[in-house]
Design a protein around this ligand. Sequence first.
Ligand code: NAD
Length: 492
Amino acid sequence: MLASLTETADRFVHTPLLHHIGGKSTPSQSGDAIEVFDPSTGAVLTSVAMGSAQEVNLAVAAAEAAFPRWSRLSPAERAVFLHRLADALDKHAADLVQIESLNVGKAIVNTESFDIPFGNACVRYFADLVQHVAMDIPHALANIEARTHRVPYGVCGFIFPWNFPYDLLLWNIIPALAAGNTVVIKPSEITPLSTLFMMKLAQEVGIPDGVINIVIGDGSAGQALSEHPSIKRMSFTGSPRVGKMIGKTCGENLVPVKLELGGKGAAVVFDDADLDATAAQLANAITFNTGQVCCTATRWMFHDSIYDALLEKTTAILNGTRLGPALDRETQMGPLVSKAHYDRVWQHLEKGKAQGAQIILEPKAAKPAGFEHGYYMTHSLLAGAPDNVCCREEVFGPSAYILRFKDEAEAIRLVNSISYGLANSVWSRDLARANRVAEQMVAGNSWINAHNVFAYGLPYRAVNLSGLGGGVNSPETLLDYLRPQTIARPLA
Ligand code: NAD
């Protein structure tokens, strides 16, 4: 049964929305706007202003103006604002769940259990943590009185993708704000709604004008933000293609940058793994958020001796997965995020087939009754040679590619044979082996007997094509937004 919309969510997702600059809802100077769609129905929800360099300039100026006051507050004073924001986000959790599900096409049971509560917890985590950061660290030196002083950078720029708009927003901007920076955000133009709703609540709880600014726009607005001379620190989450461009720009301007990019996670399953538990989590890996998850397991590597048994168990679970509209509480997998992305996933799978992939479960266009215009695709499983495009590059849909291996060395070689380095998992009851393999898989994150493991305090990072410059969700993330400065005085 479809969840009925709360009054607040209903009104919000059907109201034309503008940029948020210096505390004001601001239209584009050009008057440009674009439509925002509901991927479950293919219908237009609302429209949002489309910004350009002009709005970016205004937003950066507003953030610069707000910086002196915000940065001079004590960490405890900023924490009060952030806890008030967390209170408001918790109070409006039901609205946020619906707004995020509607805009992204996420199964509401997942938004309810993961996206919104986990995002909200991030605000409290960094609000508490910042009160315990040593802002001055003395150095024990002969004949010099010296300390390292930590200060916020200034205006930080953030560019986000569409797959986890709410969590990625909070994981990234909250540590920056807690540290005393002010921010300019460019959300994905496809999924800006939860970001704008968070902004409404931030304003209601009194976060000062200009501390958080939002410019909605496409790549050109993102480019203007990353090139802006007043940006002191950049953070980009998205594809490696765009990440490289941002990295280049920041390199030229000598602006520190954090890049959180794509992945092609492997799950290495040994013959002594708990096959039922593994099958359930592998199926979930490609159906959760319709497989649009950067770190999820999409290269499944099964030991020869359990290949058939594990495939059978996983296929049975996948075939029982309920595909449907985001707001249906029975739905386990929603639509893909947009028509353009649906076409991209389809073409990617076609390319894999053309390169000779064996089709274990064929992807199909799906049309749930009453939702025939939504962007639904069934799960798929491919297998074959490791150089297939579907095994080497992100599909970013409900699909996995399966490989066989004979021994530990072969599994590790296969895992490390691609350029991504985001997250992999190893599945075995032999924890000595699991830990040994976990250490040798080259990535920011290695998980044991689980995939997609997130907790505040557990750093989530990337290497190689998956990113650089730090990660999220840990004390290090907060320190990333504090510039260390040495202060020293020779003693007579
Ligand atoms: P994308 O790179 O196409 O777009 C990301 C953002 O960059 C959007 O806001 C877009 O408007 C903007 N952009 C586009 N061109 C730009 C330019 N030239 N300059 C500045 N900004 C520009 O990515 P996407 O399709 O929105 O998201 C999917 C990708 O994000 C996947 O590769 C996925 O793996 C990755 N991702 C990574 C993480 C992580 O934590 N590592 C998390 C989520 C998603």
